[in-house]
Write a protein that binds this ligand. Structure first.
Ligand SMILES: Cc1cc2nc3c(=O)[nH]c(=O)nc-3n(C[C@H](O)[C@H](O)[C@H](O)COP(=O)(O)OP(=O)(O)OC[C@H]3O[C@@H](n4cnc5c(N)ncnc54)[C@H](O)[C@@H]3O)c2cc1C
Length: 463
């Protein structure tokens, strides 16, 4: 027989730093004033009796909200800890069409349907890359505060308990089936640091974004990251007409040495931003350059919000440890080149939760690391190649202005547009046309040769 304490407050000892991996006296990590729930045989048998599997999801962004909904529907006692229920995550808010369908998103949470995308080269050559879209195809643009709240509320509707609190740390279990103790500050009133509480759970999903404390708690290791900077700019109504259904991407050394600058339309403003991995200290300079490139179109605009946030560059060395799994940005699932992470966050949250529901037989038995590893296997099988291809594309095309000119030139090709949009909108590898693939390969080589020749000429000039 084991006792599993659930929510507690008051009389709590606080511990600074990480708990020891193998505490000799586990009881010192347990506050005394718990309300205790008796359960049977959790330590000796994988079957749970008298209760269902209890899982906490730390973070209520797209990854956390999607995970919690699946868990709750799958018979698991589900808690979500989110530090800021009106969180306005710094984000461009662009989502692929398949996310609307797959996650059954209501159309009224989408501010804009972008059907025209302009790719603008270092020398300001603009290529329209939405020409191959079908009439019902678009890129969704939304505000993250709206999406995140919607997904969280849906999870709550399915039975998850959403707690407004800050996760601070967790104590690791003392043996195979023992609980994880989660420490958090619950915000019960206005302002303040909240009340210290703990809860004991069987498994943890770390959906707490790029600065994940759950990742730190399990020693998941670091990743390289880009810093992204964004200004929300309210522009005059007549200027907004231009961005009605259009987004822009700017490439060039001025806007970023290794990423791109963007102007994405929102309900009543545009989001203008850029990012970089290699020159983080110069991000404000790149932001000014992005604004400068778009200046005629945003003239008279007023900056209403300035925001910045890290974007992971690759998955963390460790994404699962024991009964803890990382999803979304906490795991490092943003694609290179595009900096896209919303869909991958929601999808990984869902996949991880499905693995827990399946592994626990709808919450009826204890899970183990192997159950969570199934999520990793499925994820890597489905997306590893996407990440690799985009990584290579970024290395080839974002490395110099001549290469970027070649990239924009290539984007004028309708076949390239179709392949790019199909794989972005639907997140599936689209079978190509062999003849068109051959033409594309020849054109790409041609573009790169021209880019290389141009770079050599430019180098000669600058010597
Ligand atoms: C400027 C910028 C622009 C971007 N533009 C796009 C775009 O247009 N399209 C796209 O697909 N992707 C974009 N991304 C990437 C995208 O924002 C992320 O990939 C996505 O938000 C990841 O979702 P997530 O749920 O994993 O993490 P997050 O969205 O970061 O959510 C984590 C949640 O956890 C909460 N949290 C964190 N720590 C704690 C804690 N200790 N306790 C409790 N709660 C906690 C946070 O409040 C937050 O709500 C952009 C990123 C940036 C920075």
């Amino acid at each position: 027989m084991a006792t599993v304490p659930i929510f507690s407050s008051g009389g709590l000892k606080t511990f600074v730093g990480n708990p020891p991996e193998n505490p000799t006296s586990p009881s010192i990590y347990r506050p005394l004033s718990y309300r205790r729930l008796r359960i049977s045989a959790a330590k000796t048998s994988p079957k749970l009796t008298g209760r269902n599997l209890r899982v906490v999801v730390v973070g209520g962004g797209p990854a956390g909200g999607s995970a919690a909904e699946v868990l709750a529907k799958g018979g698991i006692e589900t808690y979500v800890i989110e530090r800021k229920l009106d969180n306005c995550k710094p984000c461009g808010g662009a989502i692929p069409l398949c996310m609307v369908e797959e996650f059954d998103l209501p159309l009224d949470i989408i501010d804009r349907r972008v059907t025209k995308m302009k790719m603008i080269s270092p020398s300001n050559v603009a290529v329209d890359i939405g020409r191959t879209l079908k009439p019902d195809e678009y890129i969704g643009m939304l505000r993250r505060e709206v999406l995140d709240a919607y997904l969280r509320e849906r999870a709550a509707g399915a039975g998850a308990t959403v707690i407004n609190g800050l996760f601070t740390k967790m104590d690791l279990p003392v043996d195979a089936n023992a609980p994880y103790t989660i420490h958090y500050n619950e915000f019960t009133g206005v302002g303040g640091v909240g009340e210290k509480r703990t809860m004991e759970v069987d498994a943890v999903i770390g959906a707490d974004g790029a600065n994940s404390r759950v990742a730190k708690s399990i020693g998941a290791g670091d990743y390289d990251y880009a810093i992204a900077f964004q200004e929300r700019i309210r522009i005059p109504e007549d200027k907004m007409v231009y961005y009605e259904d259009l987004a822009e991407m700017y490439v060039g050394d001025d806007v970023s040495p290794d990423f791109y600058g963007w102007v994405f339309p929102k309900c009543d403003h545009v989001a203008v931003g850029t990012g970089t991995v290699t020159h983080k200290g110069e991000i404000k300079k790149f932001q000014s350059a992005t604004r400068l490139r778009a200046k005629d179109k945003i003239l008279g605009g007023k900056i209403i919000r300035v925001e910045a946030h890290p974007i992971p560059e690759h998955p963390r060395p460790k994404r699962v440890a024991g009964r803890v799994a990382l999803v979304g940005d906490a795991a490092g699932y943003v694609t290179k080149c595009s900096g896209e992470g919303i869909y991958f966050a929601a999808k990984s949250g869902r996949m991880c939760a499905e693995a827990l529901v399946e592994g626990s037989e709808m919450g009826k038995r204890m899970v183990e690391e192997g159950d969570l590893r199934k999520y990793l296997e499925k994820w890597d099988k489905q997306y590893w190649s996407t990440y690799k291809v985009l990584d290579i594309l970024q290395k080839v095309f974002y490395r110099s202005n001549p290469a970027r000119e070649a990239f924009v030139e290539m984007c004028a090709d309708e076949y390239v547009q179709k392949m790019t949009f199909d794989s972005y909108l639907y997140k599936r590898v689209v079978p190509g046309n062999p003849l068109e693939d051959l033409k594309l390969a020849i054109n790409t080589i041609g573009s790169l040769v021209r880019a290389n020749a141009l770079r050599k000429e430019m180098n000669k000039i600058s010597v």
